[in-house]
Design a protein around this ligand. Structure first.
Ligand code: FAD
Ligand code: EPU
Length: 336
């Protein structure tokens, strides 16, 4: 294991912003993680996956530990399900493709999300009507201070919309080493999210399959989200705000076109993209920081934007959304 000092993280974050880490090392298993922790015994630690949900606004004065724990294996099977364990350092989309290719159902709607398996439970990744909580069986995580492994069941993770214990109560306390998923041998298809059925129709799919759904999701995502290899971003910068039903109704009276979706008992989820677009931000560029022209919820780096430039843009957006709609946007991206 190699310890790097004053290490550039520019190519380790999908916003592609400049940032220097005081120390950087990779770990491939629990033992290597222990060794890395012993080596410096620093308090300021960052477990890094694919860097696709982080915005660095300053250099990181601590130890970045990049998760490279690999491996995919079936650990158990019963009549209906296959239980697949994936290392935290596996690339998420490649793992999804591995499962989709074997006809196992559950992950197909989550195709093409950047990042690694180990980060997926942190914010309970979700897309096109499915969240990781729907198929996650358990998480194996290493407590960075107590130096021991804990297994979290699905319930222990306390998953909510873009949230889990790893983002709240236990924030920065654990390194996720691996995740076990419970996947269906006979898939149950989830095509309720409008755009999926339209895309399947456009693709002239005759027989529904996990591969067809994965391909439809990939097509939709490519049409509206920036490819991190071409344009820097971290996906949605903000969460869609969840509000009481009467707040939503008041807004609808004032703004009849407002976009919202049911979000549980007496709650509605407002489309943050719509709110931002209505404030005139969609496609706006301030230097090299911009609000993406195909999806207003996504902030992008056109080249040389710094983390601070992107933060400043995001604060301008938050202010105008609050001023126009009285809604406070909450960031989805982890700011460092
Ligand atoms: P990182 O950015 O490396 O880390 C994110 C956070 O998790 C950090 O706080 C980090 O410390 C922590 N972390 C990472 N790995 C571990 C670990 N092994 N143990 C403990 N903590 C860890 N998200 C969605 O939910 N749905 C989408 O549809 C979606 N679309 C996106 C589209 C684009 C173009 C981009 C760039 C991002 C998108 N995202 C989406 C956000 C992002 O892909 C996910 O949040 C992803 O899970 C982040 O994975 P990562 O490995 O890159 O995490
Ligand atoms: N909309 C606009 N203008 C915009 C963007 C969206 O009016 O610029 C409205 C449209 O009416 C559109 C609706 O909002 O139909 C929903 O848009 P979209 O399907 O693109 O989804 P989203 O709510 O903007 C969420 C997630 C995405 C996820 C998609 C698909 C959050 C914060 N974002 O976006 O996740 O891929 O749904 O399920 O929940 C991410 O978390 O990084 C991310 C990309």
């Amino acid at each position: 294991m190699q310890l790097m000092e004053n290490f550039s993280l520019k190519s380790y974050n999908t916003f592609n912003v400049a940032c220097i880490a005081r120390y950087f090392s990779c770990f491939e298993n629990e033992e290597q993680l222990q060794d890395s922790l012993d080596m410096l015994n620093m308090k300021n630690l960052l477990i890094l996956g694919g860097g696709s949900n982080i915005l660095f606004t300053k250099n990181f004065d601590g130890h970045v530990l990049k998760n490279e724990c690999k491996g995919i294996a079936v650990v158990h099977e019963d009549v209906d399900f296959v239980y697949v364990k994936a290392g935290g350092g596996e690339n998420w989309h490649q793992f999804v493709q591995y499962c989709v290719g074997r006809g196992w159902g559950g992950l197909e709607n989550l195709s093409l999300i950047p990042g690694n398996v180990g980060a997926a439970p942190i914010q309970n990744i979700g897309a096109y009507g499915v969240e990781i909580k729907d198929i996650l069986w358990s998480v194996e995580a290493f407590h960075l201070q107590e130096r021991k492994i804990k297994t979290f069941s699905n319930t222990d993770c306390n998953f909510k919309y873009r949230d889990s214990v790893f983002k709240s109560k236990f924030k920065n306390q654990f390194a996720i080493l691996s995740v076990i998923f419970q996947l269906r041998k006979t898939p149950v298809f989830s095509t309720n999210y409008g755009a999926i059925s339209q895309e399947l129709e456009r693709m002239q799919v005759q027989k529904l399959s996990v591969i067809a759904i994965a391909d439809a999701v990939i097509n939709i995502r490519r049409s509206k989200l920036p490819d991190p290899a071409i344009l820097g971003s971290a996906g949605s910068f903000f969460k869609n705000p969840i509000v009481e039903i009467d707040i939503c109704q008041n807004l609808k009276n004032k703004f009849p076109e407002i976009v919202f979706f049911p979000a549980g008992k007496n709650k509605m989820k407002l489309s943050a993209g719509w709110l931002i677009e209505q404030c005139g931000w969609k496609g706006i560029r301030k230097g090299d920081a911009g609000c993406f022209d195909k999806q207003a919820l996504v902030l992008v780096n056109y080249g040389a934007a710094s983390g601070i430039d992107i933060m400043n843009l995001s604060m301008g957006i938050e202010t105008s959304v609050f001023y126009k709609f009285g809604i406070r946007l909450e960031r989805e991206v982890n700011i460092l």
